[in-house]
Design a binder for this molecule. Sequence first.
Ligand code: NDP
Length: 479
Amino acid sequence: QAANIGVVGLAVMGSNLARNLASREGNTVAVFNRTHAKTEELVAEHPEAGFVSTASYEEFAAALQKPRTAIIMVKAGGPTDAVIDALVEVFEPGDIIVDGGNSLFTDTIRREKAVRETGINYVGMGVSGGEEGALLGPSLMPGGSDESWITLGPILRSIAAIAEGEPCVTHVGHDGAGHFVKMVHNGIEYADMQLIAEAYDLIRRGTGKSPAEIAEVFAEWNKGELESYLIEITAEVLRQVDAATGQPLVDVILDQAGAKGTGAWTVQTALSLGTPVSGIAEATFARSLSSHPEQREISRDLPGPTEGFTAQDPDAFIEQVRLALYASKIVAYSQGFDEIRAGAAEYDWNIDLGKIAAIWRGGCIIRARFLNRITDAYSETPDLPVLLTAPFFVDVFTRAQDAWREIVATSAKVGIPAPAFSSSLAYYDGLRAERLPAALIQGQRDFFGAHTYKRIDKPGTFHTLWSGDRTEIEAEDTH
Ligand code: NDP
């Protein structure tokens, strides 16, 4: 029996995506895994799926209807290259290879170019939602050619999460656009998680509430404007009691956060694009800091505030933390969308930013009620240069900024680290500033490197003869 779609790589993500595909009307799914025992295991465990089991790339290609469509779900990097090379050998022009792994978008650009030369279509696709999303409905961010979208679109729409009646998938843009957007999605996820963690830490230290009590605070927040998957699972994690010790689980988990690299990619890419994603960067670095026990150990006795900290009015304090979290979260998303905008300009992708917010409403880890507001903001002003200046967000800042400042000031004063809260506020105030001390930096650059400067009062490029008589001359622009 010919299959209309195939999956290569049957670890947790691939198996679940294959089962999701198989559960949709009209699909027959061919499956292949380098280690064949895993293929046999999956097929045996899920007879209802009607999988077509294949033991070699040749068998896999032969099992697929033409034009063939295959989704690769293997480890990013070398393994993905190995599978692509093998598929290119057995596929034909017009066939479609989709990489659903967490590939770096520049790898996807390179692979798309190489595979396109064989006449085969190549699509790099971001998949979000973890294993559960893959099985029940992920958020999908495919790049690649318009031609491949014609075939892929209906299949992807059938397996994606549904949010407010709409499947969470869109053709993001050409070549690496899908993986780029997925990368930024993960960066925003880092920032969101860090902000939530800072909120928890402040509440715990400021009010003395137990994790279970703080779980109730988050559960309550999840009924309002902060409603999101991450807030929801935070309550679940905080509620969990460790069976072995009877302690809150969060108190027995080692306080070192791991990372698989997509946060770092988001920051590295932002650095080369010149886009300040400070919230995402702080979140990534906060994980790094946590994971250096030797540095933390030796630093424990550094001087800090001597007074303990107790919020005078716990309920009012918790409300301030909530507002600070909301404001900082808007900054993180705004920075992320700024990076997507900059990436689209750099790589010549036509990305509909409002649509990206819409496909993140379901399936993915950062799904949240307020994504609708981002879609609204971009529908009203598609080329909005800074997302957080949309009227809805301005209203939030109007309400939240006093509390936000109070929380950042308190955290600094009492010595509770809140890097994401405070860097978000600094970014916000940096954007607001009528004049920045960048003028001084430009003066310093001109002093030691003759890097020149522009003037506020006339056009042209200037240099002061610092080591001479300190007069100003017109200069070549060497910015
Ligand atoms: P892993 O990333 O652990 O990858 C395991 C799979 O890769 C196995 O099928 C393995 O085959 C295969 N593989 C490894 N090396 C090779 C090779 N040289 N040639 C062929 N196949 C190879 O699996 P996951 O399911 O966790 O993730 C799959 C992809 O999805 C990754 O790129 C991941 O980053 C991405 N992803 C994961 C998410 C998650 O929540 N886990 C969420 C979204 C995306 P074998 O059995 O033979 O070893």
